[in-house]
Ligand binder design. Structure first.
Ligand code: NAP
Ligand code: MG
Length: 479
């Protein structure tokens, strides 16, 4: 798959395989044409899963250091190719180039981190009785299906693939149909640096067809899904019949809690970063801002001032799909109908020379109560809902009054309160006095509708392997 290919094709068993049909692409930055992408079928999935299943016994028998060396080589190649890959990612998503480059370096970090952890976690020896040698070991599942969304294409694929490969699994990945290119590049690079054919396969196509076929395939032993709650639930229903293990990384409606004693200037810039990064198309966006009432008005002013410097088409990319562009516009309408007041934004944005692009303004609503749609549903755009509170207990209660529970933030100068609140927030990751310490080492994942299982950290290795205990009866010698 080079950028010159007219139509993107699958990557199966170490080579390109053409799809029978394709769909035209759309460039979100201009509304013009994008890359044409093959659309696969259940037959393509079957081919890929069989290749992955055939490669699985060999891959799990690799000496772990050898496996690590190959993953490390993937990391090196991603870094060496960062400019080229960033251009491809930005062409498909409209993201500013620096953001794409950061996501690609983050993808390299995943491979580098897990390359160094191929020997972890180890098993135990259980001292049960003298004539039994009992031990545990972690084993790969076999073939893992990796289904990813369009907001952070290569980065989300790398997040799941790196630990899954490190743990000795093989993979059939399905990127979102509008942003498949860099996941294909990842698979090509993996093959080029020496991963055996069949270890990392990519099948292009629609979720309803290719995604479903992956989840249903009897040789797929686990699925890691990143995407919407609705699709996560659909996958869960199929998985229930198959008793198929899942990692589900779904949506969020995360709250930043700002107390009056916080460094308010810094908190304002973090609160803005929390909802405008990647134009709000991040599962862990901070999209509810809970502000202590005594500083509410001044803090909102500071937030609006910082947000005004975020300019569509300059440091703010477009909505990545036309669907998402339309979805955000519907939320603008509903927010106002339900009584929220836009302090800034609330409209689509026109970027000179890119009039057809899917841009929206960074948007901050006040007058929001936590039961309004804009406070309950994930908009997945640069839209912030500000809600005042009076007490610490009330702030925690509002933060936790959500169907989601992905991440959270607290800003305060009171160290005891910082810990109290951080530990009270129902979410898999919480940030104190900054927003989103994104690192490969920190386990990441949801409570409630935000999903289950964990990505990142050593925890991801536990989720991409299962434990076996073996007992060996020993003949005891005479003492
Ligand atoms: P989505 O519609 O759920 O799609 C995600 C992936 O699932 C795509 O590859 C999609 O394929 C595929 N898919 C669709 N229907 C399917 C089905 N019936 N069976 C199997 N696969 C299916 O999500 P999205 O709209 O692309 O992405 C936005 C969502 O992702 C947001 O809710 C966001 O919060 C969430 N997200 C979560 C995290 C996290 O780590 N928690 C990270 C990023 C994003 P096609 O679209 O190609 O058909
Ligand atoms: Mg979708």
């Amino acid at each position: 798959m080079s950028e010159n290919d007219a139509v993107l094709t699958h990557w199966i068993d170490g080579k390109t395989v053409a799809a029978a049909i394709s769909r035209p692409g759309e460039n979100p930055a201009t509304g013009g044409a994008g890359v044409e992408t093959g659309l696969g079928s259940a037959a393509d999935v079957d081919l890929a899963v069989r290749a992955a299943a055939a490669a699985a016994p060999g891959w799990r028998r690799y000496a772990s250091m050898e496996r690590g060396r190959l993953l490390s080589a993937v990391a090196d190649r991603l870094r060496a190719d960062v400019d080229r890959l960033a251009e491809l990612e930005s062409a498909d998503t409209g993201k500013p180039l620096e953001l794409s480059a950061a996501e690609i370096r983050g993808s390299a970090d995943y491979f580098e981190f897990y390359a160094g952890l191929v020997n972890l976690p180890t098993g135990d020896v259980l001292d049960i009785q003298p004539d039994l040698h009992v031990y545990t070991r972690r084993e790969p599942f076999g073939v893992i299906g990796v289904i990813t969304p369009w907001n952070l294409p290569i980065n989300q694929a790398a997040r799941a693939c790196a630990p899954a490969l490190a743990a000795g699994n093989t993979i059939v990945a399905k990127p979102a149909e509008s942003t498949s290119r860099t996941t294909l590049e990842l698979a090509r690079i993996a093959t080029e640096v020496g991963l055996p054919d069949g270890v990392l396969n990519v099948v292009l196509g629609r979720g309803s067809e290719v995604g479903t076929a992956i989840v249903e395939h009897p040789l797929v032993r686990k699925v890691a899904f990143t995407g919407s709650v609705r699709v996560g639930q659909e996958i869960g229903r199929i998985a229930a019949d198959r008793v198929l293990p899942l990692t589900l990384e779904l949506g969020g409606k995360s709250a930043n809690i700002v107390f009056a004693d916080a460094d308010l200037e810094f908190a304002a810039s973090e609160a803005v970063r929390a909802f405008v990064t990647n134009a709000g198309q991040v599962c862990s966006s901070g999209t509810r801002l809970l502000v202590e009432r005594s500083v509410h008005d001044t803090f909102v002013e500071a937030v609006a001032r910082v947000a005004a410097a975020v300019r569509p088409g300059e440091n703010l990319g477009p909505m990545i799909t036309r669907d998402q562009y339309e979805t955000v516009q519907r939320y603008f309408k509903v927010a106002v109908e339900e009584g929220a007041t836009p302090v800034i934004g609330g409209h689509v944005a026109t970027v000179p020379g890119r009039e057809g692009g899917f841009y929206v303004e960074p948007t901050v609503y006040t007058g929001v109560t936590n039961d309004m749609t804009v406070a309950r549903e994930e908009v997945f755009g640069p839209v912030l809902a500000v809600i005042p509170f009076d007490t610490e207990d009330e702030a925690v209660a509002i933060a936790n009054d959500s169907d989601f529970g992905l991440v959270g933030g607290v800003f305060t100068a009171d160290i005891s309160r910082a810990f109290r609140v951080a530990e009270s927030i129902e979410a898999g990751q919480v940030y104190v006095n900054s927003w989103s310490t994104q690192s490969v080492q920190m386990p990441f994942g949801g409570h409630k509708l935000s999903g289950y299982g964990r990505e990142k950290g050593i925890e991801a290795l536990l989720h991409y392997s299962h434990v076996k205990s073996i007992s060996v009866r020993l003949a005891l010698g005479r003492v």
